[in-house]
Design a protein around this ligand. Structure first.
Ligand SMILES: NC(=O)C1=CN([C@@H]2O[C@H](COP(=O)(O)OP(=O)(O)OC[C@H]3O[C@@H](n4cnc5c(N)ncnc54)[C@H](OP(=O)(O)O)[C@@H]3O)[C@@H](O)[C@H]2O)C=CC1
Ligand SMILES: O=C(O)[C@@H]1CCC=N1
Length: 269
């Protein structure tokens, strides 16, 4: 089996690295292509996959083609790939808001997997939701799942609506967490802590809270109540968040990402 990754940016390179470490594929089974000259020079320094500049040299060789370019590059890229692809090839696209129908139409292929990963894939803690077109067989789906699992966990969803929805929760979600971390860091600095101490205070608080949550069956709300003593400091903070509608605002933000994914699907038709 040969896998071609197109787009060696944040996500493409992360998947190529993940797959190369997974033992599913050997060195010469991973190809990677990028159109930027500097990227290619960097890729040539990495010994565990073969780097390409021209689609003609690698697309026909691939069994699975992993698309990791920005959504607005899809049309031009698929247009150039259309004459090089073969019906048995599987496309895995991680592009936000580019639908299976659009990929079928632009490539002429039928075996399409649409996936939505997230950035923690870079440290093997990613979450990728995915869905396949009908032409992907069970065996092919399991192979794809093993590739996706090389960067963390994967979840098979029942239809594409849940790919757009998971874009709003897990795909864009790391940025919401960083937003919260940024606000807490700013508060720590304003309270007089140094940058390095602020960073430790915030990051260890996040790591510890997530660890507690993962190691029990308690809900986030139950854990909140465990931290908050009656009439105490946490209650003051939680009341302030409630008064300012923070809960609703976070949900609104997640929906903004979900709706934008749907909108991008229409724009990229
Ligand atoms: N970043 C994230 O957290 C997540 C991203 N995604 C999706 O992943 C995709 C990639 O995102 P990300 O990795 O952040 O993007 P990057 O910009 O980091 O990487 C994309 C790479 O593809 C290259 N590229 C563009 N067009 C072509 C082409 N025609 N042929 C070959 N290479 C090309 C770009 O080069 P150049 O810079 O020169 O254009 C760039 O190096 C997006 O579609 C996004 O929706 C999904 C989930 C999470
Ligand atoms: O912001 C974006 O469009 C991509 C999809 C999910 C995370 N980054």
């Amino acid at each position: 089996m040969k896998v071609l990754v197109i787009g060696a940016g944040n996500m493409g390179l992360t998947y190529a690295e993940g797959m190369s470490k997974s033992k599913m594929l050997k060195k010469n089974q991973i190809m990677i292509l990028d159109n930027s000259k500097e990227k290619l020079e960097e890729l040539h320094q990495i010994s565990h996959f073969d780097a390409y500049k021209n689609l003609e040299d690698c697309v026909p060789e691939a069994d699975i083609i992993f698309i990791a370019v920005k959504p607005y590059h899809a049309e031009e890229l698929f247009g150039r790939m259309a004459t090089l692809v073969k019906p048995e090839q599987i496309i895995i696209s991680i592009m936000a808001g580019v639908t299976i129908d659009t990929i079928k139409k632009l490539t002429g292929l039928e075996k399409i997997v649409r996936a939505m990963p997230n950035l923690p894939a870079q440290v093997g803690k990613g979450l990728t939701s995915y869905v396949t077109s009908k032409s992907v067989s069970r065996i092919e789906r399991l192979t794809v799942e093993s590739l996706l699992d090389s960067t963390g966990k994967s979840i098979l969803v029942s239809n594409e609506k849940f790919i757009d929805a998971s874009t709003g929760i897990s795909g864009s979600g790391p940025a919401y967490v960083f937003y919260f971390m940024q606000s807490m860091t700013e508060a720590a600095l304003q309270m007089g802590f140094s940058e390095s101490v602020s960073k430790v205070l915030v990051s260890q608080t996040f790591t510890g809270a997530v660890e507690l949550f993962n190691q029990s069956s308690l809900s986030a709300n139950s854990w909140m109540q465990k931290v908050a003593s009656k009439g105490g400091t946490t209650r003051a903070a939680l009341d302030s968040m409630e008064d300012n509608n923070v809960n609703e605002l976070i949900k609104e933000a997640a929906y903004a990402a979900f709706n934008r994914a749907i909108e991008m699907g229409k724009e990229n038709k």
